[in-house]
Design a protein around this ligand. Structure first.
Ligand code: ADE
Length: 244
């Protein structure tokens, strides 16, 4: 997969992408990342990319022309949809991440300051996405979030093949709790079932914990969702234990 990142601080995203799972995936050629600095597309010697907003108000607005020139340059090399990252976009979720991961190419456009001239958003951005209902100082962090979530879904990106499949949200449920050594830590033991070696008991325990956590913390994820007979039984069991 090819991902291009356009922004004012692309090196911040690059630094993140050199580490961990994403760094490894790019070394293996699973993803090819390119970074573009908007200032390189400014029209003047001072490399100006922003100006005051028409109508007044605080902050600065990214100018249309440098953004359009950057996008044109990237698209001349390879055509790809432009995803503009802004708090006014559609909120990212697991389904969107999976859909992005199935595309061969993406261009991520990170905004800064108070926003971007709306004309270039309309002319050049294909989609507008937010990573949540809060405002960041810029879209670079959001671009890093999108890259991380997408790259871990690419075949071969994770050392252990099942890890992405078992992530929270993959089955529409929160993940079950995890434990590692030591078995006894500050007076607290790892749940007995996990050291039992009984794979079927471990599977049902994990499923019950997933269902129970989702019910407690994110009941919205269970709304309108059809649970199968086993899931219903395990959730009832969890609720009984919780209430008792
Ligand atoms: N830029 C600023 N805030 C953002 C957000 N919440 N999501 C995506 N891009 C942003």
């Amino acid at each position: 997969m090819d991902i291009d990142v356009i922004g004012l601080f692309p090196e911040a995203v690059r630094g993140f992408c050199d580490c961990g799972i994403v760094g490894r995936a790019s070394q293996l050629g699973i993803v090819t990342l390119r970074f573009w600095n908007l200032r390189d597309f400014a029209e003047d010697k001072r490399r100006t990319v922003d100006d005051r907003p028409y109508g007044g108000g605080p902050g600065m607005v990214l100018m249309a022309e440098p953004v359009a020139r950057a996008i044109d340059e990237v698209r001349a090399q390879h055509e790809a949809p432009v995803l503009y990252l802004s708090p006014a976009g559609r909120v990212l979720d697991h389904a969107a991440v999976m859909e992005f991961a199935a595309r061969p190419r993406l261009i991520l456009l990170a905004g800064r300051y108070e926003g971007m001239d709306e004309r270039v958003v309309r002319a050049c951005a294909d989609e507008e996405w937010s990573i949540g209902d809060y405002v960041l100082s810029g879209g670079e962090v959001a671009a890093a979030v999108v890259i991380d979530a997408v790259v871990r879904q690419l075949p071969g990106a994770l050392g252990h093949e099942d890890s992405a499949r078992e992530d929270s949200f993959v089955a529409g449920l929160l993940d079950h709790p995890h434990y590692t050594r030591p078995e006894l830590w500050r007076q607290e033991r790892v749940p007995e079932v996990l050291v039992s070696g009984d794979h079927e008991r471990i599977r049902t325990w994990r499923l019950r914990e997933s269902l129970g956590r989702t019910w407690l913390r994110r009941p919205d994820l269970l709304e309108g969702r059809e649970l199968d007979a086993e899931q219903k039984r395990l959730l009832e069991e969890f609720k009984r234990e919780y209430r008792g």
